[in-house]
Design a protein around this ligand. Structure first.
Ligand code: AMP
Length: 209
């Protein structure tokens, strides 16, 4: 199934995606995670995008579109994918339509208060990218990932200044995609406020799985 997860930062897209991969049997492709891996590897891409991401701004469309185009051309994405964090602008969505036919867009509906609560406590595994939370989902051993033993840390762009910027950017550049896809008749809404087990149930229901 070819899916997009659309929603503000901290809506729980990555957390649901980890569970949804098992349900739909398609890879989870997160542009943010690809950028963070490039930054950790200090590749040319990583060096180019680090300051932009730390400031909570968007990487340019051309760079991001090319990255996704190459990723979707790989063998594991031929039957389907869960795109998390892409597209984030109308030009990205228009470009995506040129190289892939998206079946459904899952819109994560959550108020700003919920976003701030989640991002304020979010911790991420540096190695596998799994999301934890200081209150709702602590790792069993402090700062150590339950799944791979990697270091659990706070993303630079989860600092309060960057979070405000990311929310502004979301409203100005990404939220218009809700109408863009609703008009195409492929958008489904889920209430993203509950805990992940409940969201998994909504996810299956809205996709008729
Ligand atoms: P995320 O992990 O999805 O919150 O993404 C982290 C950061 O990576 C974003 O705040 C942007 O700086 C950058 N990024 C991720 N996806 C995109 C995209 N589709 N377009 C532009 N920048 C992106």
């Amino acid at each position: 199934m070819k899916l997009i997860f659309l929603g503000p930062p901290g809506a729980g897209k990555g957390t649901l995606a980890v569970r949804a991969v098992e349900i739909v049997g398609c890879p989870h492709i997160s542009t943010g995670a690809i950028f963070r891996e490039a930054i950790a590897a200090q590749s040319a891409l990583g060096l180019k995008v680090k300051a932009i991401i730390d400031a909570g701004k968007l990487v340019d469309d051309d760079t991001t579109i090319e990255l996704v185009k190459e990723r979707l051309a790989q063998a594991d994405a031929q039957k389907g994918y869960i795109l998390d964090g892409f597209p984030r602008t109308i030009p990205q969505a228009q470009a995506l339509a040129q190289f892939s036919v998206v079946e459904k867009v899952v819109n994560f509906d959550i108020p700003d208060s919920g976003v701030l609560e989640r991002l304020g406590g979010r911790r991420v595994c540096r190695k596998c990218g799994y999301n934890f939370h200081t209150v709702f989902n602590k790792p069993k051993v402090a700062d150590v990932c339950d799944h791979c033993g990697g270091e659990v840390y706070t993303r630079d762009d989860d600092r309060p200044e960057a979070v405000q910027k990311r929310l502004e950017v979301y409203r100005a550049q990404t939220a218009p995609l809700i109408d863009f896809y609703r008009q195409q008749g492929i958008l489904v809404d889920i209430d993203a406020s509950p805990m992940v087990d409940e969201i998994v149930v909504s996810f299956k229901r809205v996709l008729g799985l």
